[in-house]
Design a protein around this ligand. Structure first.
Ligand code: ZN
Ligand code: FE
Length: 254
């Protein structure tokens, strides 16, 4: 079994720690801060084997150097972002496989939020660590990529098996749900999901992970073929990437 530990840090970030109890290898994904990671390592008696970064933003790589210095771990991140990733050891590309004991993660390039964004897909373990590409009922802002790139990246993730758990890096769910409902008010799954996540957040419980199936039912950025979203944007029958671009702009101003 792959142990997955979710650590909430900063305002709305999640750090994920993965541990394989057979090989005793441990990985951390997008460590914004070192102390919460060191605390888990000490508490569990684990040793950090490596860091996986999804992209170069500080809230995803902030603890790279401190953790490397204190644990001797190796750092994996997009080869194309080598110069922007502190302490990078191994540059990864589309199709590369990273092993944590017997557990395998495929590297999938998902440009859009940044040009060098990658996600880590553990097919056997049914877990996707998707950084700032896909959020629960949302997607990342387009800082560097084009809408066409981000649309293609999201289509790749949408095509994963429905049961895959979506571990994104931010707890943006409640705000995303409100926006989603504003562009698709008649979506009954969305209406239900808003009730659920409102209750969870009121109790300070994480709404992450969701699943690919839930995102297909509720995430407007996975639903640009929805007639009611197209109507809302005045783009009935438009090309999907055009609808996506308009939807992303609408969210930027929301
Ligand atoms: Zn980011
Ligand atoms: Fe972020």
């Amino acid at each position: 079994m792959l142990d997955i530990i979710q650590i909430p840090v900063l305002n709305d970030n999640y750090i994920y720690m993965l541990h394989d109890s057979v090989s005793l290898e441990t990985a951390v994904i997008d460590p914004a801060l070192e102390q919460p990671v060191l605390d888990v390592l000490a508490e569990k008696g684990w040793q950090l084997s490596f860091i996986l970064n999804t992209h170069h933003h500080w809230d995803h790589v902030g603890a790279n150097l401190a953790l490397k210095q204190q644990t001797g771990c190796k750092i994996f991140a997009a080869a194309s972002d080598r110069e922007r990733i502190p302490g990078i050891d191994v540059g990864v590309e589309q199709g590369d496989v990273i092993c944590l004991g017997e557990h395998q993660a495929q590297v999938v390039e998902t440009p859009g939020h940044t040009s060098g964004h990658v996600v880590y897909y553990f097919a056997e373990d049914q877990a996707l660590f998707c950084g700032d590409t896909l959020f629960v009922m949302g997607c990342g802002r387009l800082f560097e990529g084009t809408p066409q790139q981000m649309y293609a990246s999201l289509q790749t993730l949408k095509a994963l098996p429905p049961s895959i758990r979506v571990y994104c890096t931010h707890e943006y769910t409640l705000a995303n749900a409100t926006f989603a409902l504003s562009v698709e008010p008649d979506n009954i799954f969305l209406q239900r999901k808003l009730l659920t996540v409102t209750q969870l957040r009121a109790a300070n419980i994480a709404t992450v992970p969701s699943t690919i199936a839930e995102e297909i039912a509720t995430n407007p950025f996975f639903r640009v073929d929805s007639i009611s979203i197209q109507k809302e944007l005045g783009l009935v029958g438009a090309e999907p990437d055009v609808v996506f671009a308009a939807l992303r702009r609408r969210k930027d101003d929301y």
